[in-house]
Design a protein around this ligand. Structure first.
Ligand code: ZN
Length: 211
């Protein structure tokens, strides 16, 4: 009887210690992983130094200089791409974000852009410019809005939130963006991009476009 009780208590203690150990390992693994929250509208400031870091004081425009803003942080995360940028965004008309994507393309980064087909045709959309530059662009062809706003940098850094890639969203709207390298969060977005990219291949007929 006592032996059974002792064994039972021992089993519970072992289970608890395993649980604590697993939690501790998870916490240690996530420590140091990039996590950043950006809120918009962003303070309006010059971002020329981000595109030309070797010449940080070369711009003489009338905007404030040397100011770190939500938008400058967003640009830095995008421009950190070394090998790939997968972008899935409903509206894309922001000239500086377009410049960032074109900069990556010129650096040899593999850029893939997926956007909504209706918004792509709107005046001011940057999608045509990206396509003309040789960037691979696909438009969502389903009957509902492709309303995502996320980017995956180098397959491991996720940028996602409410922010469309427009000037209004950056400078006027209340918006949020989360930047993270938490693998459990990044992986589903990588998978979702792949799913939509394949489904919207112009050569392919995809029946189940939506999840
Ligand atoms: Zn300037």
């Amino acid at each position: 009887m006592w032996t059974a009780k002792v064994l039972g208590v021992g089993a519970v203690a072992l289970a608890l210690s395993v649980d604590v150990t697993v939690r501790l390992i998870r916490r240690l693994r996530s420590r140091g992983t990039l996590k950043e929250v950006l809120f918009f509208p962003s303070e309006i400031a010059c971002v020329e130094h981000i595109f030309r870091p070797a010449l940080p004081h070369s711009c003489v425009c009338s905007l404030p200089h040397g100011v770190e803003t939500s938008f400058s942080r967003l640009l830095r995360h995008i421009l950190s791409a070394a090998s790939t940028l997968d972008l899935c965004v409903f509206a894309f008309s922001n000239v500086n974000l377009s410049r960032a994507v074109l900069t990556l393309h010129k650096r040899g980064v593999t850029v893939r852009v997926l956007s909504d087909k209706d918004y792509t045709a709107i005046s001011g959309s940057q999608i045509g410019l990206l396509r003309s530059a040789g960037i691979c662009v696909r438009c969502d062809k389903s009957s509902v809005y492709m309303h995502h706003k996320f980017a995956v940098v180098d397959g491991r850094r996720l940028i996602t939130g409410s922010l469309n890639w427009t000037l209004t969203a950056v400078q006027s709207n209340l918006e949020n963006v989360i930047v993270t390298e938490e693998r459990d969060l990044v992986r589903p977005f990588v998978d979702e991009f792949h799913r939509l990219w394949v489904c919207n291949d112009p050569e392919r007929r995809c029946v189940t476009v939506k999840a």
